[in-house]
Design a protein around this ligand. Structure first.
Ligand SMILES: NC(=O)c1ccc[n+]([C@@H]2O[C@H](COP(=O)([O-])OP(=O)(O)OC[C@H]3O[C@@H](n4cnc5c(N)ncnc54)[C@H](OP(=O)(O)O)[C@@H]3O)[C@@H](O)[C@H]2O)c1
Length: 334
């Protein structure tokens, strides 16, 4: 089959598009003919080896895939999963790890997945939309609803609101009735955020986020008032301590990652004085994945797709993610 593959870590010049061995269907597996795959922020991190995770090489990127079942292992119930069924993959596989990180990813014509990791695509949802949803929207659903418990009227500031998880957080926080302050690094992205429903936007390439928040909502005071109620922060790096200073009394910070670095530093004075809560959020459930697909089918959320590119352009698509010139999701089609 054809696939996008890297055999060494480094920049996107390491990604070649060409022949790769067909996946072998184990007894509990299904083979999906990939109709669309999607990249995520972790794909360039794995390529460049900027996380502590070890990637076996060669590696095919992408943990998101939507397609049709074309083969089943002998132990899989063919009545439950008839050939031709449209499905997405739930990319975290027990014993194998994350698809595109420790197990072969989906930037390919076919992908192997245990049948227990298949999530049916509801009628009326296209492959490109379906592929864009699991990781970004599943993660955002858990962050906003399950862990962050965003409530109507809360002020929610989202760093990196322009990325895959970010746009999904904007959409879900708005759907929960929150007032959304969305951060992005370019004017064109801020315009897109406004159109997506953000109540306020902050250009991180031009403005100091703390100044902008204090000006708009007041400086947080331990006696009450000022700042925002929730900060969504998967950027880490220099934004971490800065975020503590944006939260009013009882504020919450929700995190699922650290694109700009894990060694963030800390200032515990803000945590005790303002009785802040730091909330971790990791992954999502298969039910969450089915739910975001139903929400998209029912037009409760609209997946934001920056571009749909042929699989052969995986390297160029990955470069756009690295250059931060993407708004929403990048989808690749064989
Ligand atoms: N734990 C989990 O289950 C889980 C699941 C999915 C994702 N994540 C994590 O969540 C984060 C976002 O993922 P994603 O797929 O949404 O990524 P993405 O599409 O690349 O979006 C990340 C956004 O962050 C902003 N950003 C600010 N500083 C950055 C920096 N130093 N490097 C890169 N981007 C920076 C960029 O927006 P601007 O240029 O506009 O600022 C970019 O649009 C990643 O850290 C990822 O590992 C975790």
């Amino acid at each position: 089959m054809k696939a996008a593959v890297y055999e060494a870590h480094g920049g996107t010049e390491q990604i070649r598009y060409g022949d790769f061995p067909d996946p072998v269907c184990g007894s509990g597996d299904a083979i999906l003919k990939v109709r669309a795959a999607a990249l995520n922020g972790f794909d360039p991190m794995m390529l460049m080896k900027t996380t502590g995770l070890k990637t076996p090489l060669p590696m095919v990127p992408a943990g998101d895939a939507a397609g049709e079942i074309v083969a089943l292992g002998s132990a899989v119930d063919a009545n439950q999963w008839p050939l031709g069924t449209p499905a997405t993959i739930y990319p975290m596989v027990p014993g194998e790890g994350m698809t595109g990180e420790t197990r072969i990813g989906a930037c390919s014509e076919y992908v192997r997945i245990p049948a227990t990791n298949l999530v049916r695509i509801p009628d009326g949802l296209g492959f490109e939309d379906a592929a864009s949803l699991p990781i970004a929207y599943g993660t955002a659903l858990r962050m906003m609803r399950v862990r962050g418990k965003i409530r109507t009227g809360e002020k929610v500031l989202i760093w990196g609101a322009t990325g895959g998880v970010g746009v999904a957080c904007v959409q879900l926080a708005k759907a929960a009735g929150a007032e959304v302050i969305a951060c992005g690094s370019a004017a064109w992205k801020l315009e897109r955020l406004r159109r997506l429903g953000a109540d306020a936007v902050i250009d991180t390439s031009q403005e100091n986020v703390r100044d902008a928040v204090w000006q708009r909502f007041g400086k947080p005071s331990t006696r009450g008032g000022g700042g925002v109620d929730v900060v969504v922060n998967y950027i880490g790096g220099d934004t971490w301590v800065e975020s503590l200073k944006l939260l009013g009394p009882g504020g919450r910070m929700v995190t699922c990652g650290a694109s700009a670095g894990y060694a963030t530093g800390n200032d515990v004075r803000y945590i005790w004085s303002f009785e802040l809560t730091i909330i971790g959020s990791n992954g999502w459930s298969m039910d969450d994945q089915a739910q975001v697909m139903r929400m998209a089918r029912d037009r409760e959320i609209e997946p934001v797709i920056h571009a749909i590119r042929p699989l052969a352009e995986t390297g160029a698509a990955m470069q756009e993610l690295i250059d931060r010139t993407v708004f929403g999701k990048v989808v690749l089609v064989p």
